[in-house]
Unconditional design. Structure first.
Length: 253
């Protein structure tokens, strides 16, 4: 009877020592004598002391900063680029058994893939098509990490640093493009203005009364300003007579 209580107490302590708790965002990979047994959690579960061993995995989304990489674009421009990667564990069993350190493995492959994909694009593409490059990089990394039980949620390039000499060249190019666009717009405006003037002259030549009205409008516009300008208007009939007389003289010659 005296031995019953110590034995019972020992069994209770042994049972309590095997109790484990996994948080909602955790999963426990249980090994029994070195062999995979099951995935436990979340909540309360029990392991056989000494015989069972566990390794917990956080299944929340993790953020990885890919350090700045110096690489060469397809058009032989050396740039520095860094990125941010978001991933989560979707299969804790594979993440523990298939790869020794899934976090480090994801990081190293992502850095390598970033350098490779930049080398396949021109500098202009890297600067203008970031979204497309991000999507391509995400698919490449995700295809490799899928057997590890890791899902790549998103990849985003943060900064692209280009050489100072290239920045100056790009600034000059942008200035030249803006100047070209301004000259084209000015030329188009002058062309449209000349067309409108020609149409107006044609309309006035067909209707002398409209010419007289335009002259009167011009007088009213000039009279608005306080000036001492003297304007002498010659009726359009005189102009027409002079034109006819000139044409007659030229015909006689």
């Amino acid at each position: 009877m005296n031995l019953l209580f110590p034995i019972l107490g020992g069994l209770i302590l042994l049972f309590l020592s095997g109790l484990r708790v996994a948080q909602e965002y955790e999963r426990a990979i249980v090994f029994r004598l070195g062999r995979f047994l099951s995935t436990k959690g979340p909540g309360l579960y029990w392991l056989i002391p000494v015989i069972d061993r566990q390794q917990k995995v956080d299944i929340r989304i993790k953020t990885v900063d890919l350090e700045q990489q110096e690489t060469i674009t397809k058009d032989s421009v050396t740039i520095k680029v860094n990125a941010v990667l978001w991933f989560r564990v979707i299969d804790p069993e594979k993440a523990v058994i298939k790869v020794a350190n899934f976090y480090q493995a994801v990081y190293q492959f992502s850095v390598s893939a970033l350098r490779n994909i930049i080398g396949q694009h021109l500098l202009d593409d890297v600067l203008k098509e970031r979204e497309q490059i991000n999507d391509t990089l995400q698919k490449i990394v995700d295809s490799v990490t899928e057997p590890w039980g890791v899902k790549i949620e998103m990849v985003e390039m943060k900064d692209v640093e280009i050489p100072e000499s290239m920045q100056r060249a790009m600034a000059r190019e942008a200035e030249a493009i803006r100047e070209k666009r301004a000259r084209i717009i000015k030329a188009e405006a002058e062309l449209e203005s000349s067309i409108k003037l020609a149409q107006g002259a044609q309309q006035m030549s067909e209707s002398p009364m409209s010419l007289e009205l335009r002259r009167m409008q011009m007088l009213s516009e000039i009279g608005i300003d306080n000036n001492t300008t003297t304007i002498i208007l010659i009726p359009s009939e005189f102009t027409n007579v002079a034109k006819s007389f000139t044409e007659m003289l030229n015909a006689k010659k």
